[in-house]
Design a binder for this molecule. Sequence first.
Ligand code: ATP
Ligand code: MG
Length: 381
Amino acid sequence: MPRCFSWAGHRLPILTCVPCTGDAAGRPCSPSSPSSHAAETSMSLRHRGDGSGSVAGRAARKFTLEQLSAATDGFSASNLLGQGGFGRVYRCHLRLDDDDDEAAAPTPVAVKQLCRGGAQGSREFVVECAMLMTLRHPNLVALVGYCAQAQERLLVYELLPRGSLDAHLFRPLPAQGNGDRPALEWNTRVKIAHGAARALRYLHEAVSPPVIYRDLKPSNILLADDFTAKLSDLGLARMGPSGDDTHVSTRVMGTLGYCAPDYALTGRLTVKSDVYSFGVVLLELITGRRAFDPDAGDERRLLDWARPYLGDVRKMYGRLADPALRGRFPRRALYQLAVVASLCLHDRPNLRPTMSDVTRAIDHVASQPWQTHHRAKSCQI
Ligand SMILES: Nc1ncnc2c1ncn2[C@@H]1O[C@H](COP(=O)(O)OP(=O)(O)OP(=O)(O)O)[C@@H](O)[C@H]1O
Ligand SMILES: [Mg+2]
């Protein structure tokens, strides 16, 4: 999926270094000093408190390249978890300072090796370190440490054993023992939506000034063993407006299919840009279709395909349902979730709900789980 993309005929520019503290002049940040950036970020960010997160400004461990290379068997393909636009991610185990018990198993982690020398990689590295060293929430992936040595930039995260939502939603594997990835059930989809909504609510409403995540998509939603969703990749995140300002102006970054049209056209970034992206992800969870699928002909843009159904959600919501759900979902809850998605996707940003509203609505949807005795009724669709 391309990161920089054309929108309405405009080729969007490659990202240059824009400090995360909002210096619009684009003063370059130092790629080798995530700690000082984190200190700066944590001084600027205050926690307003939703009870489940904090702004902590803490040191992350510094690893050497030799340590990470040894742990990943020289960054061997056998340890590769995946590859994105900014680098490769490897699975390995590390013994951390606070693993007191020598006999205990080392901690499983994911190591992201950013593409060498890329301006995007350097900026991503500093912003991501600063954000993750500063912000803490059960639905944000935790940063274990980093390595900045010569030209190499690596980030070490907690390992999320189930990988990304993208794999579970769009690349299910038949149940065949280890590594199976059966199609996601309804209740799991709602749990994932709920976790992602809580993370965005924390970034938008519990932190001041708000943090705009800017890159919500299924490959950035990682899943714990129990399908708790955690947002990763805060490298594109920006601090939002403070005081009377309603938006920050920035170069347009994001991923095709998820970017709010108002932000793509004007570069005015608000928390409602994230709400729009959340609406797209919600629609993907409901339909099992990708936001943008170049191989799907006339149906390549999910929103074009879904528009007629969203236009008359009350009558048409049944047609939105992912066939992989095999009718196993509560009709009323699916209807309610489709309404939430269509509100998030409103063309006018100020008419989109806040993430608090969205979280409350998903709480309500989650209070009506799919249960086996619903089956006969739901399969009628
Ligand atoms: N902490 C982690 N735990 C487990 N798997 C991870 C972790 N971080 C990343 N991955 C895996 O590595 C893959 C690549 O991640 P990465 O963020 O580099 O790229 P992406 O999200 O696919 O694309 P993009 O560069 O556009 O964000 C993810 O899709 C996921 O499967
Ligand atoms: Mg990613």
